[in-house]
Design a protein around this ligand. Structure first.
Ligand SMILES: [Zn+2]
Length: 237
């Protein structure tokens, strides 16, 4: 399913259910729901979430910096020949990699950086670092589309919000929105593998992403979500 549909359906349904159940719908809870609706696709370098954090402009700047770095290494490393040429060539090759590969590399590097330098600040940096590194190493719709990931994310939010005002709203918003993403992907013909390494696949084949029928189903689901939102927050008040 497309990111836009995930964002609208996941966030909309989550907030509506919370509203109907009397759970406070706060701004942080809404933000967590929105991020959680896109989070499972973090292993896809062209997904909305990754493109938002690492937009094409940032990648361009990085490519230029890498090319400048390669030139620098070549000129100032001449004492170490032929290694300067070797290293400059390597940096040059990285700078010309396609966007999605570059994003993968950047995500991996940020993950390593968080692990290396983030520990002093908070244990959450370690967790975020691990999430980033693992997500670059697993295949799309692998581990992030499993029951483990949904449970892990929900527990993470549960413990992170302990003792704050958002105690209940956050983990319910995040857990529900993340799970809704998996349910939505379950409807597509690729489906998900909820319990890897078991090969068992949940797949309802109701639609294929990108096809005319698939887009129609997505739009109908988005409309229903808007109706639900309208009912919950306007009509029933
Ligand atoms: Zn997905």
């Amino acid at each position: 399913m497309m990111g836009r549909a995930h964002l609208m359906i996941g966030t909309g349904v989550t907030l509506s259910v919370m509203g109907l159940a009397g759970i406070p719908v706060t701004l942080p809870a809404a933000a967590v729901a929105a991020v959680s609706s896109l989070l499972p696709d973090i292993d896809e370098p062209n997904s909305i979430l990754v493109r938002t954090v690492l937009p094409a402009g940032v990648l361009r700047v990085m490519q230029l910096a890498l090319i400048a770095g390669a030139v620098f290494v070549y000129y100032y490393g001449q004492d170490y020949a032929p290694w300067n040429l070797f290293l400059a060539g390597l940096i040059g090759v990285v700078s010309f990699l396609p966007g999605r590969t570059l994003r993968h590399i950047v995500m991996f590097m940020i993950g390593l950086g968080l692990l290396q330098f983030g520990q002093a600040f908070s244990p959450w940096n370690t967790i975020a670092g691990c999430v980033l590194i693992i997500s670059t190493l697993v295949s799309h719709r692998g581990l992030t589309h499993s029951v483990y990931a949904a449970v892990g994310w929900t527990m993470l939010l549960y413990f992170a919000a302990q003792g704050t005002m958002e105690e209940r709203s956050l983990w319910i918003a995040g857990g529900m929105s993340y799970t809704l993403h998996l349910v939505a992907d379950m409807l597509t013909n690729r489906g998900i593998r909820p319990l890897p390494p078991l090969k068992f696949r949940l797949r309802l084949k109701l639609m294929s992403t990108g096809s005319k029928w698939g887009t129609l189903v997505e739009n109908v689901c988005i409309m229903l979500t808007l109706v639900l939102l309208w009912y919950t927050f306007i009509a029933s008040r």
